[in-house]
Design a protein around this ligand. Structure first.
Ligand SMILES: CC(=O)N[C@H]1[C@@H](OP(=O)(O)OP(=O)(O)OC[C@H]2O[C@@H](n3ccc(=O)[nH]c3=O)[C@H](O)[C@@H]2O)O[C@H](CO)[C@@H](O)[C@@H]1O
Ligand SMILES: C=C(OP(=O)(O)O)C(=O)O
Length: 442
């Protein structure tokens, strides 16, 4: 496995037009679910199109410590075999450290509970973007008959069960990782589980399809009502990750903000939901050719108004609404549009604070409150200027990178390892389009 550097800085020379083709990586959030699902069987599972990003590498490492055998088949394909699982590892300090390094680790709980009757976890990591409670996960496990306890002193979540029993569960929120976790527990529970208010992002749809290929019985895939008929065991399978829709949205934003012509290859346009139409609302032109998205070089783009003439608002919502993970990108793209945009980040309360850096770069943004920002587009009458900044989270980080690429002069982005959590070799791939990004690692 690639050795990960602790600290990464990007030095970016901005103001260059980019041109060329880029192929999106496999989806980060899907990969985290799919990798956890290998724990549900002792049979081999082959996974293709694995993005080689920080969070995924860390999860593969964690699975290895749990006893999952990993074999590299090719650059992005691995074979996993969870035959001899070492549950003692759950009680080691290393486990707490490794689990705490990413959000996705929380999804080992459902599979381990279902297959071995217990699991524990310290506070999972992930973006610091506001409160990220796990109540939905644990209430779901409890509904299936598990006992849950929280060790407040050591901050451990514990679950155990002798038998999981299917039932009707109404989730209190359509949590993405929560749905994945409860679903993975329910596939091996006795009898029928009905999950209502389930998340239905493409990540979850892909997980359901993988589980069905392993022998699970799931109906309602793609909806918020999943019906699961428990089975005794699951077998092996082969799974291929979808292209990362958040990367695709980021590349659409990159092309618009830098006035560049970019072709995004093999985008699985059928799986992008309202992402393309949301960027179209910002005035960004897109041509769909086969499964590629071509964004032509556009000097100017004009934000639409609503039909009644009122100011365009873009907000996040559970799927099929607009994903919260693209809100920061939409915001940065609006800084050079013509017109005004209200950005409403409903889910997370600390995800918009990075706008102070954009304001320092010359953007006109009013942060109305932690959830809402109004962007007054500069319409390229004034360029952003390069500055030194620190990336607070993955999506803010990539938004700052986009801003730096469009700005005049040099920008320095510290804490860029945050960007590496979700974007594979981003500097190399964008430099191949003509960007000037220098990676400094310590
Ligand atoms: C590893 C992974 O897959 N991470 C994704 C996952 O995180 P994760 O699964 O942790 O996020 P959740 O879906 O649980 O919830 C995210 C936030 O939205 C709130 N919430 C959620 C559902 C809802 O109907 N109403 C509501 O307000 C929650 O209270 C929470 O604050 O989903 C998030 C929401 O799409 C994404 O930003 C993350 O990239
Ligand atoms: C919030 C995100 O990731 P995580 O849930 O892994 O922190 C994200 O991918 O934008």
């Amino acid at each position: 496995m690639t050795k990960l550097k602790e600290s990464v800085t990007f030095e970016v020379e901005g103001g260059t037009r980019l041109k060329g083709e880029i192929t999106p990586q496999g989806a980060k959030n899907e990969a985290l679910q799919i990798l956890c699902a290998v724990l549900l069987t002792d049979k081999p599972v082959i996974i293709n199109n694995i993005p080689l990003i920080r969070d995924v590498l860390k999860l593969i490492d964690l699975l290895g410590h749990l006893g999952v055998k990993t074999e590299k088949i090719s650059a992005h394909s691995y074979k996993f075999e969870a035959k001899d699982i070492d549950l003692d590892f759950l009680y080691s300090p290393d486990f707490i450290k490794q689990g705490g390094a990413l959000r996705g680790s929380v999804m080992i709980m459902g599979p381990l509970l279902a297959r071995f009757g217990k699991c524990r976890l310290g506070q999972p990591g992930g973006d610091k973007i506001g409160r990220r409670r796990l109540d939905t996960h644990f209430k779901g496990f409890e509904e299936l008959g598990a006992r849950f306890s929280y060790d407040t002193e050591n901050k451990y979540y514990n679950v155990d069960a002798t038998d999981l029993q299917g039932k009707y569960i109404l989730l209190e929120e359509a949590s993405v990782t929560g749905t994945a976790n409860i679903l993975m527990a329910a596939v091996l529970a006795k009898g029928k589980t009905t999950l209502y208010n389930a998340a239905c992002e493409p990540y979850i749809q892909q997980l359901c399809e993988m589980l069905c290929r392993m022998g699970a019985k799931i109906e309602g895939i793609g909806s918020n009502l999943l019906t699961i008929e428990g089975v005794k065991t699951l077998g092996g399978t082969e799974h291929t990750m979808l292209p990362d829709m958040i990367e695709i949205g980021s590349f659409i934003g990159l092309a618009a903000l830098t006035g560049s012509e970019i072709r995004i290859k093999n985008a699985r346009i059928d799986k992008l939901g309202c992402i393309p139409s949301t960027f179209k609302n910002l005035g960004i032109q897109m041509v769909f050719e086969d499964d590629d998205i071509i964004i032509p070089a556009q000097e100017h783009y004009h934000i639409d108004s609503f039909i009644d003439g009122s100011i365009m608002t873009i907000s996040d919502a559970p799927w099929p609404g607009f994903t919260p993970d693209l809100i920061s990108i939409v915001l940065v793209v609006a800084t050079q549009a013509h017109g005004t945009l209200m950005v409403h980040q409903k889910m997370f309360e600390s995800r918009l604070f990075f706008v102070d850096k954009l304001i320092d770069m010359g953007a006109k943004i009013i942060l109305c409150d932690p959830h809402r920002a109004t962007v007054l587009g500069l319409g390229r009458q004034q360029d952003l200027r390069g500055i030194t900044m620190t990336s607070p989270d993955i999506r803010a980080g990539v938004s700052l990178l986009l801003a730096a690429l469009s700005a005049q002069g040099k920008s320095t982005i510290h804490n860029a390892e945050q960007i590496d959590r979700g974007y594979q070799f981003i500097d190399k791939r964008l430099n191949a389009l003509g960007a000037k990004i220098k990676r400094i690692e310590e």
